[in-house]
Write a protein that binds this ligand. Structure first.
Ligand code: SF4
Length: 444
């Protein structure tokens, strides 16, 4: 049982009533029923942790169950996501089943994997969601699944969960459904009528990678399903403009996930793929999930997970394309000769160091688009500078108040009373700006 869910589930469990008040058999049956759900929850919440689409990943492992204290960063079962209005919401994150008829090499739930299997009924997922929701532990549901019997059968069960929550129980909370790309378009359309967000995992950034590691999946079918959802979402937006009462269709859009480091794809391949997905399918988010070695791993997989920093650099490059006006080719310019983004410095700084001819920029005159290229300046800082410079000439100290590291900004900006001179072209600028590597304590 996962830590976080166990604590909650213990609270949900009915305390034993006096044996004199309750027939022994009934108590026994209730306990058994609870145990089954508890076990399923343990297996199916744990199995869902490999999906990064709403995970709060990237921190160190800590657990009060091992070292005392309170809390754990290792628990799974409840994850966080951002609603369309920016609120952070907690979701019950589970699989309908971890059984699967496919055999994707990178997946712990693949057909040939030697793991304990479990499956919820649609009603059990509905009851669990409502139980957690009523106690204010969650604000929604993230439901994914292995494929059982057939894609259509699995999708029917997933849709039934969402339908029952919305229609039978008038559930107004957030629902994110992972959809099965091979399922009939009518089933995907039905999912969109009940869910806030839909997602279809592209899994691997290259066609070759998908063929090698998930041979039963098809890039064409995955992208075909994404294209169908894009059209439904766009049609629904148009209908909403004309008729306020038009029913919703996945109002929080669609997203996808790519596994990083399970195949030979470079960061360049991943950046181009992500950009192409954003462009063609109007995705809200592409999530990057560093491949983590699984028990009983297939021999075709790498033995070690890629550095978590690689995942972080890809998220930063994603932000450069979505919010800073970078073209994918410019992000790739920041990469090293092997197509990989540097791990020791962020991609914006890496790009600026290779594009020094366009610096320094005058903070009092440069356009917003150009100022967004300056390492160390975020969108909010640039907008604040542009507002402030209407009233007075800005000095480096003014910029310093809006950035975490003025040292990072100085070589790339001219301000009132400040010019970087030869610093912009200094040979050792990278070494000067790269974060210092912390000395490990030998005898800690
Ligand atoms: S289809 Fe999904 S659940 Fe099944 S093996 Fe592939 S990745 Fe795992």
């Amino acid at each position: 049982m996962t830590n976080s869910l166990k604590i909650i589930w213990d609270e949900l469990s009915e305390k034993p009533v006096s044996a004199l008040d309750v027939p022994r058999l009934r108590t026994y049956m209730e306990r058994m029923a609870q145990l089954q759900i508890t076990e399923k929850l343990a297996i199916l919440a744990d199995a869902a942790k490999y999906d990064a689409s709403c995970a709060s990943s990237g921190t160190v492992k800590r657990s009060s169950s091992k070292a005392g204290g309170i809390g754990s960063t290792e628990g799974m079962g409840i994850c966080h996501a951002y609603a369309p209005d920016g609120r952070c919401i907690s979701l019950l994150k589970i699989l309908l089943t971890n059984s699967c008829i496919f055999d994707c090499h990178y997946c712990i739930n693949r057909k040939s994997s030697n793991v304990r299997r479990a499956m919820f009924t649609a009603k059990e997922v509905v009851d669990l969601t409502l139980s957690f929701y009523k106690r204010n532990y969650i604000e929604g549901l993230f439901l994914s699944s292995g494929i059982i019997k057939s894609s259509n059968y699995t999708m029917e069960q997933i849709v039934e969960v969402a339908r029952s929550l919305r229609e039978d129980h008038d559930f107004r909370g957030y629902i994110h459904l992972k959809t099965i790309p091979d399922a009939d378009p009518e089933l995907l359309a039905a999912a969109g009528r009940y869910a806030d967000r839909l997602s279809i995992n592209v899994e691997l950034p290259t066609h070759a990678g998908l063929q090698r590691l998930a041979p039963e999946k098809s890039e064409a079918r995955i992208e075909g399903a994404m294209g169908g959802l894009k059209e439904e979402i766009a049609d629904n937006k148009d209908a909403k403009k004309k008729y306020k009462s038009a029913p919703n269709f996945a109002p929080a859009g669609q997203s996808t996930q790519m596994i990083v480091g399970a195949d030979a794809a470079t960061d360049g391949d991943i950046v181009f793929k992500a950009n192409s997905l954003y462009d063609r399918f109007s995705l809200r988010r592409v999530y990057y999930s560093a491949f983590s070695p699984i028990p009983d791993a297939s021999a075709v997989l790498p033995l070690k997970r890629p550095p978590l920093m690689r995942e972080h650099r890809l998220y930063q490059s994603d932000w450069l394309m979505r919010f800073y006006g970078f073209a994918p080719a410019e992000v790739i310019d920041a990469a090293d000769a092997d197509g990989m983004l540097p791990l020791d410095i962020d991609p914006k700084l890496a790009w600026a160091l290779k594009s020094r001819a366009m610096f320094p920029l005058d903070v009092n005159r440069a356009s917003r688009d150009l100022l967004l290229r300056v390492p160390g300046l975020g969108v909010k800082a640039v907008d604040s500078l542009i507002r402030a410079r209407k009233w007075r000439r800005l000095r480096l100290e003014d910029v310093g108040r809006l950035t975490v590291s003025v040292a990072k900004v100085r070589p790339f900006l001219i301000a009132e009373g400040w010019s970087p001179g030869s610093l912009t072209d200094a040979q050792d600028l990278r070494a000067l700006l790269a974060p210092k590597v912390e000395q490990l304590e030998l005898f800690a």
